[in-house]
Design a binder for this molecule. Structure first.
Ligand code: BV8
Ligand code: ZN
Length: 234
């Protein structure tokens, strides 16, 4: 590969699958018989607040029972040792990248361990259950919601992501189906800007044809192998 300075990594639910967290579009991609796209919306939060809060309370509890896997650890090692610019843009709302030791992480779809106040917009760390949980620490109203980007809502820090993609030398997508935009379009932006593009996934994603190279297999195997290869190239 050409001289690589700036790396953008996009991760999805597939990198956390081997840690035991459910993906969206596998058989477990349903919740109470409903698609995530139906639950993860402002309308659903308004129409059935308990159902939506329970969906995230359960996933926040599950988070405490799982560990990062070799895929998270290899990315964290790269983050700690890569001298150039690097950003792990994750669609995941779990904290497994951080728990593996990664620091340059951007949660474009929010985080389970953060709360957003619907009344005053305050965001802050949150643990435990939201159902029957605390009021907003800033405005005191009983208006906390998961700090999660729902369908129809703008993902976080899009300008920062897009600016970095225009400068990327290498764009690597790991464990995502390429089903949801704008994340699914990042590969095109990076490629247009001249980046090499690599996909590491258990099966070809909806956007595989946009990548220079797609490798098929589990993240726990493909990610460490890719990091070793990248470092060996110097
Ligand atoms: C926006 C929340 C605009 C956190 C998520 C029609 C109607 C309404 C909307 C739209 C529409 N058409 C397009 C849209 C836009 C919409 C969209 O793209 N919809 C899709 C369904 C068509 N997008 C949005 O609404 C976004 N916002 O567009 O805003 C806007 C403009 C101006 C002003 C305001 C707004 C917001 C999208 C964010 C939604 N929130 N998550 C949570 O609950 O977790 S989306 C959720 O699904 C994830 O965050 C992720 O982004 C997405 C896809 O999931 P993946 O991570 O890819 O996981 P998936 O299960 O799909 O795939 C797993 C992959 O891993 C598989 O390929 C599998 O093979 C692989 N795998 C499995 N095991 C392994 C593995 N790989 C490696 N190793 C393994 N072991
Ligand atoms: Zn508030």
């Amino acid at each position: 590969m050409a001289d690589i300075q700036t790396i953008v990594v996009l991760t999805g639910a597939g990198i956390s699958a081997e840690s035991g967290l459910a993906t969206f579009r596998g058989p477990e991609g349903l919740w109470e018989g409903r698609r995530v796209e139906e639950i993860c919306t402002p309308e659903a939060l308004f129409a059935d607040r308990e159902l939506v809060l329970d969906f995230y309370d359960q996933r926040r509890r599950a988070l405490a029972t799982v560990e990062p896997n070799a895929g998270h650890r290899a990315l964290a090692w790269l983050d700690q040792h890569w001298p150039g610019e690097l950003l792990i843009v994750t669609q995941n709302v779990d904290d497994l990248h951080e728990r593996a030791g990664a620091q340059r992480v951007l949660h474009m779809h929010g985080e389970l361990l953060s709360a957003l106040c619907s009344a005053c917009g305050a965001r802050g760390g949150f643990a435990g259950d939201m159902i029957g949980g605390p009021r907003c620490a800033v405005c005191g109203q009983d208006a906390l919601r998961p700090d999660i980007v729902f369908f129809g809502e703008m993902p976080y820090e899009m300008e920062r992501i897009e600016a970095l993609l225009t400068r990327a030398d290498l764009f690597v997508s790991i464990g995502t189906s390429g089903a949801v935009y704008p994340a699914a379009g990042f590969v095109q932006g990076a490629r247009q800007a001249g980046a090499d593009t690599l996909e590491l996934n258990l099966e070809p994603s909806a956007g595989s044809h946009h990548f220079h190279e797609t490798r098929i297999g589990p993240a726990s195997v493909l990610v460490p192998a890719w990091v070793e290869e990248l470092i060996a190239e110097g």
